[in-house]
Design a protein around this ligand. Structure first.
Ligand code: ADP
Ligand code: MG
Ligand code: ZN
Length: 201
């Protein structure tokens, strides 16, 4: 397979996959290379994601790059002015308006690299990511290593106190730690209240 990015104008790239699959690492890698090529680059991330460092994108392995925490899509558009390459991490947490915003940036000539979870911990398509995938010129679906069996992980397992998190309702964390793991299809454990896909249809 040969993949050639568009030779002129802007475009949209999406890097997706479960947690720990290397999305942030890949985003940083692509933007660093663009920086080396003398392009003006910027990374945005939603303000809610302050797990590591408020003003950096940080990968699980420690790679980091400066990022601007953003509260709204309007703010992102205003601050993206004048940049050649616009990275967006944790794009799944943005409101639906991120889709037309990313497209308008690409239309005005920017290279937009959006990284985020394609599925939530219930394995359902996550927020605006499915639409971004449909609009993108280039798509990469990364895989992680299953924490259970070492196989190919494509899902994110949410655990509360070490047990699969329920699929519905507000989860009250009473002293029980919330953790996440990458899991393969076989090892993914649904919440006890999960409805089988056949019943849900
Ligand atoms: P993402 O942004 O997709 O959550 P990161 O870029 O933050 O991923 O982290 C990817 C890095 O995490 C890998 O290069 C590896 O060093 C580390 N890592 C830790 N656990 C796993 C795992 N289960 N599968 C793959 N990589 C893992
Ligand atoms: Mg990440
Ligand atoms: Zn597994």
């Amino acid at each position: 397979m040969i993949r050639i990015p568009p030779q002129r104008g802007g475009w949209l790239e999406v890097v997706c996959g479960p947690m720990f699959s290397g999305k942030s690492e890949e985003l940083i890698r692509r933007l660093r290379r663009a920086e080396i090529a003398g392009q003006r680059v910027v990374i945005f991330k939603p303000r809610i994601d302050d797990r590591y460092d408020a003003a950096d994108v940080v990968s699980h392995a420690g790679a980091r790059m400066r990022a601007i925490p953003i509260s709204s899509v309007a703010e992102l558009l205003a601050r993206a002015e004048g940049y050649d390459v616009v990275g967006i991490d944790e794009v799944q947490f943005f409101e639906p308006a991120i889709v037309p915003a990313a497209l308008s940036l690409a239309d005005r000539g920017a290279r937009v690299v959006a990284a985020g979870l394609d599925q939530d911990f219930r394995r359902l398509p996550f927020g605006p990511v499915p639409e971004l995938l449909a609009h993108a010129e280039l798509v990469d679906k990364l895989q992680a290593v299953c924490h259970r069996c070492g196989g190919t992980a494509t899902t994110t397992q949410r655990l509360i106190g070490g047990r699969p998190a329920p699929y519905s309702g507000e989860t009250v964390l009473v002293g029980a730690a919330e953790t996440y793991e990458a899991r393969c299809r076989d090892c993914h454990e649904p919440g006890e209240d999960a409805v089988a896909p056949a019943e849900a249809a």
